[in-house]
Design a protein around this ligand. Structure first.
Ligand SMILES: NC(=O)c1ccc[n+]([C@@H]2O[C@H](COP(=O)([O-])OP(=O)(O)OC[C@H]3O[C@@H](n4cnc5c(N)ncnc54)[C@H](O)[C@@H]3O)[C@@H](O)[C@H]2O)c1
Length: 257
């Protein structure tokens, strides 16, 4: 899929992986809608890449519909949907003090990470379906979702987060089959440990991050958001990549603690 001259919508693009993706797509000639809850940072990112900010809660139907309407009205055909919005949550099924996992917190993580991803997929794809095919294959667009290696092998103390990401992985093949009828591809990236503001800042965060990289095989460091964005772009530009779940993790495998 040629990115130049397209419109794209990237959720969670006020920060981290989404921000780097928005920058990469804009550099490739795409008009990007920065769809995020964070208005201040989202506007700043949009302004710096010549894009448009749309305040969006991915878990909310009307909010996502409004953001997709903006993306579909930019003039260039909407061809790219990237789901990067997400939240973390660290709690065990039963805590060390014997307390069961908070159910509202579990629901919230599923709502934002899993349902939010599906929400933008379904509303975005319906808008892409209205465009003319872009090439001889009849291709109209591409969806890239962001899961996590936690969704493949689980992460200790993150049962809600792992379940939400496992759900995104599970949607990949059926969504790709459903959307083939309208000439769309769907791929899901499973990042390992990537250096973004999700881990916080300061000495305590640095100490935590140093521990996280211990099981990384090579290169022995966190991944960068730019490396993630580079993969998103490659998956969009390579027309034969479809219905795939791709690890992006320096060879890391999470161990039980
Ligand atoms: N950084 C990592 O190591 C890592 C690893 C695996 C997976 N991931 C996943 O990658 C994605 C991006 O993470 P990041 O590290 O860039 O985090 P980040 O916190 O830097 O960025 C996440 C963005 O999502 C936005 N967001 C949160 N809830 C939202 C909602 N309901 N609607 C719209 N926007 C919302 C936030 O405002 C923020 O701008 C997440 O889904 C995360 O789970 C990250």
């Amino acid at each position: 899929m040629e990115l130049n001259g397209t419109a794209a919508i990237v959720s969670g693009s006020a920060s981290g992986l989404g921000e780097a993706t928005a920058r990469e797509l804009a550099a490739a000639g795409s008009q990007v809608v920065v769809a995020d809850l964070n208005e201040q940072q989202g506007k700043a990112v949009a302004d710096s890449i010549g894009g448009v900010f749309a305040r969006t809660d991915v878990a909310d139907e009307q909010s996502v519909q409004a953001a997709v309407d903006v993306a579909a009205s930019l003039g260039a055909p909407l061809r790219v949907i990237v789901n990067c919005a997400g939240i973390g949550w660290a709690a065990r099924t039963v805590g060390r003090d014997g307390t069961p996992h908070d159910l509202a917190a579990y629901r919230k993580v599923i709502d934002v990470n899993l349902i939010g991803t599906f929400n933008l997929m379904r509303i975005g794809a319906a808008a892409v379906a209205k465009t003319e095919p872009a090439d001889a294959d009849g291709q109209r667009g591409v969806i890239i979702n962001t899961a996590s290696v936690a969704g493949l092998e689980g992460q200790t103390g993150q049962v809600a987060y792992s379940a939400s990401k496992g759900g995104i992985i599970g949607m990949t093949v059926p969504a790709a089959r459903d959307l083939a009828a309208i000439g769309m591809r769907v791929n899901t990236i499973c990042p390992g440990i990537i250096d973004t503001p999700i881990y916080g800042a300061g000495p305590a965060a640095d100490e935590f991050k140093a521990k996280l990289i211990a099981p990384v095989v090579f290169p022995k460091r966190m991944g960068t958001a730019a490396e993630f964005a580079h993969l998103v772009r490659a998956l969009i530009e390579n027309d034969y990549m479809n219905a795939d779940v791709i690890r992006f993790d320096g060879g890391i495998r999470f161990q039980p603690k």
